[in-house]
Design a protein. Structure first.
Length: 181
């Protein structure tokens, strides 16, 4: 029985870890080193599909200039990362996608939505469904909707009660606005 040194075992484990790491993840780690800081600021690798690297750029001019450099970049990438990339496609598609998950979408507060009705305090909104049948529940809901929409202006198109914000935004209710699209 032969014993291997710790160095041999560690080198095998290190090699296995590199094999298991996805090629695209390895590429992302050293993208700035390969293309340079300036180019890295104006490029964003998106994916590797069928041995083709897809990279987003902020403009068509950047995409065209980098296309002229793609052979040099391919050689560098394949050499440094032991990849079998056959081509690189530069495009503006995908540039507008958020770079980081830190870029959270702005949230719209309920008060800012055009259909917001304000604080509706109706005394008979509490309902216990277990003690009512379906007909009574519907009647109760219809009464609440009627009370809520009593003082709303009417849509000029369908003459239904419409929140003021919808009329200011579209000039008609949201249902009529949706029909136009």
């Amino acid at each position: 029985m032969s014993f291997k040194s710790i160095n041999d075992i560690l080198s095998v484990l290190e090699a296995q870890a590199k094999w298991q790491e996805q090629p695209f993840q390895r590429l992302l780690k050293c993208w700035t080193e390969i293309v340079g800081t300036k180019v890295a600021n104006y490029t964003r690798p998106l994916s590797i599909q069928r041995n083709v690297l897809w990279v987003a750029t902020p403009s068509a001019a950047w995409a065209q200039n980098l296309t002229f450099e793609r052979k040099r970049l391919l050689l560098k990438l394949n050499e440094m990362l032991s990849l079998n990339l056959v081509d690189i496609h530069f495009s503006t598609a995908g540039w507008q996608l958020p770079k980081n998950s830190d870029n959270r979408q702005q949230r719209l507060l309920p008060q800012e939505h055009p259909s917001y009705l304000g604080d509706v305090n109706l005394s008979n909104q509490d309902i216990s469904l277990s003690s009512q049948d379906v007909h009574e529940t519907f009647q109760h809901w219809a009464k609440i909707v009627q009370e809520r929409s009593h003082n709303l202006p009417l849509c000029p198109s369908c003459h239904c009660p419409t929140p003021q914000g919808e009329l200011q935004r579209w000039g008609i209710c949201s249902l009529c606005a949706a029909k136009k699209f």
